[in-house]
Design a protein. Structure first.
Length: 279
């Protein structure tokens, strides 16, 4: 069965992703990577409906940056990417249902690689779930420029262009690799308005780039922490959407397992009482 809403969002996103590059005026600069383009590079192929995730606890998580377009010079160095991946990895490690974290180097992420590339990464690094990090940063240096639209897997953010402003969005989309289902996502956004003069505008814009990215990074970390807890609660509350099993040697000490087993425990207790009452 097809998912009309997902198909509509993806189709529109892919069309606008190509159009928007031409919408950037000479008075603005943009650095970005696109999770939509990475996962769904062929807009003529109908996306398949994701399956039901089978979460084998404890899960092994990979964290990777989505590749930048070939024609773009990478905005972040490998060191900067690794630092952010380690920071985000710390939030995953807070939960006992996560066994290990793997930081995937850029050279293993193929441009337009889609789920085939994710399968390869899963085999090479032994991960069940992957957090795909993408970013989009635009700087406007004059008035009267067009707006910019950030397209994500769930919709769009539209921001107007103003003089000497920097807009940054980071996005972490967490996928169950086998089922192709997005488990959750966490955004990080920042809007920074500068007041540089023509004399020092180049230096100020350079400083604004880093400051805006750092602020978006803080916002992303806070949202990821929140989304991890919400995901943990969702797995407990909607067992029909997720299948959960334990890997060999895992006792299921975490609260996820306890709440998933709670209905069976209650049923067992009631059955035992019923048997005793018949004696």
């Amino acid at each position: 069965m097809k998912n009309p809403r997902l198909m509509t969002v993806l189709t529109i996103s892919l069309l606008f992703a190509s159009v928007l590059i031409g919408c950037i005026t000479p008075n603005s600069t943009r650095h970005y990577s696109s999770v939509v383009q990475y996962l769904y590079p062929n807009k003529d192929v109908t996306p398949q409906k994701p399956g039901i995730p089978l979460l084998s606890l404890p899960i092994d998580v990979g964290i990777a940056f989505v590749p930048e377009p070939k024609e773009h010079v990478p905005y972040l160095t490998e060191k900067e990417k690794l630092e952010l991946m380690k920071e985000l990895g710390g939030y995953f490690k807070k939960y006992d249902f996560v066994r290990k974290i793997e930081f995937i180097p850029t050279q293993y992420m193929v441009q337009d690689g889609s789920f085939t590339n994710m399968d390869q990464v899963a085999m090479m690094f032994g991960v069940d779930v992957i957090a795909l990090i993408s970013y989009d940063q635009v700087q406007f240096t004059d008035r009267g420029v067009a707006s910019i639209t950030y397209w994500t897997l769930i919709g769009a953010y539209v921001v107007p262009g103003e003089k000497n402003t920097t807009h940054t969005m980071l996005d972490a989309a967490v996928y169950d690799i086998r089922s192709r289902k997005m488990l959750f996502r966490a955004p990080g956004v920042n809007h920074l308005k500068g007041n540089a003069t023509p004399i020092n505008i180049s230096e100020q814009l350079r400083l604004d780039k880093k400051l805006s990215f750092d602020e978006a990074r803080v916002n992303l970390a806070a949202n990821l922490d929140e989304q991890l807890q919400l995901f943990k609660d969702k797995v407990k509350e909607t067992p029909e959407e997720y299948k959960v099993v334990n890997k060999p040697g895992y006792t299921g000490a975490g609260s996820i397992d306890f709440f998933l087993l709670l209905p069976f425990i209650i049923s067992g207790v009631l059955a035992l009482r019923s048997l005793r009452g018949k004696r």
